[in-house]
Design a protein around this ligand. Sequence first.
Ligand code: DQA
Length: 137
Amino acid sequence: MKIAIINGPNLNLLGKRETNIYGDQSFQDYFSELQFKFTELELTFFQSNIEGELIDKLQEFGFDYDGIILNAAAYTHTSVGIGDAVKGIETPVVEVHISNTFNRETYRHLSYVSPGAKGIIVGFGLRSYELAIQSFL
Ligand code: DQA
């Protein structure tokens, strides 16, 4: 089973960025743990700070992979283009967020990803990604 994790802007700073909200582990380190835990899966990871690159990857993975786990980060709340890409591909997308976006600023309550997502996992720290993987199994 092929599962891709796509992370949006500023998530390359995980472990350094607002650690009180996002924790002190880098995503690369966490991704290694996921690969160790789910050896039966073909896990791919992509991160970009650029909206169009995220759309390109959704299109690239979206007709081939069995599942996509998408944390579009700040673009979640602004990007019609990413929302349209999620709706336009065949692979089911699970939207994840590390923090509970619903107990934060109101501008984080709107998601352009959610309408096209298979499901949403929000607020479990980095464990949100593992729960998303479990949802595909
Ligand atoms: C985030 C929540 C977003 O509101 C924020 O812009 C992020 C990270 C999360 O995983 O909690 O960058 O997607």
